[in-house]
Design a protein around this ligand. Structure first.
Ligand SMILES: [Zn+2]
Length: 81
């Protein structure tokens, strides 16, 4: 379980449901949420914090990827001329 599991579930094309407790999605293969089942309230708060940080990191990474693509295109244009 953890971030790797999270990405695995995101890639998974199986129907999924959103957990009411932690907000994460899990496939219908599970009868209960594999992310937060068995976690205490404190551990759940920690999990939510990690999820939020991961989303912020993904957003920043997205911007960097766009910037890298723009720089790459500019370099190609310069080289081509
Ligand atoms: Zn959950």
């Amino acid at each position: 379980m953890g971030i790797g599991m999270l990405y695995y579930n995101m890639r998974n094309k199986k129907p999924s449901v959103k957990c009411k407790r932690c907000g994460l999605r899990y496939t219908i293969d599970y009868t209960e949420c594999p992310h937060c089942t068995g976690l205490s309230e404190q551990e759940l708060a920690q999990l939510k914090r990690v999820i939020r940080q991961g989303r912020i990191a993904n957003r920043l990474l997205g911007k960097k990827m766009i910037l890298a693509a723009v720089v790459f295109i500019i370099v190609i244009v310069i080289v081509a001329i």
